[in-house]
Design a protein around this ligand. Sequence first.
Ligand SMILES: [Zn+2]
Length: 99
Amino acid sequence: MFSAVKLAVMVDGCFWHSCPEHGSRPKSNQAWWEAKIQRNVERDRDTDRALAEAGWAVIRVWEHEPVDSAATRIEALVTDRRGLPRSGNPSRKSGSPSL
Ligand SMILES: [Zn+2]
């Protein structure tokens, strides 16, 4: 978590979060796995939505993703969000002196 810029980084396991490249299902008990993994994916979306509503940006990194590729994405978003005006912090200089 990068709390200064409200950025949450999630690392998703390929199997458990149904990665497009490696999200294959086991051959046995297919329906059971399908339901179980589907629930995980839905929970991911809920988490994303809850965070977004609280003003957080969410980056999801796949387990298989190279670290530097993930780092580049995170860095870009951090830079991006640093440029945004802080909503919680009044930025006006008039009034009480700043510390
Ligand atoms: Zn994967």
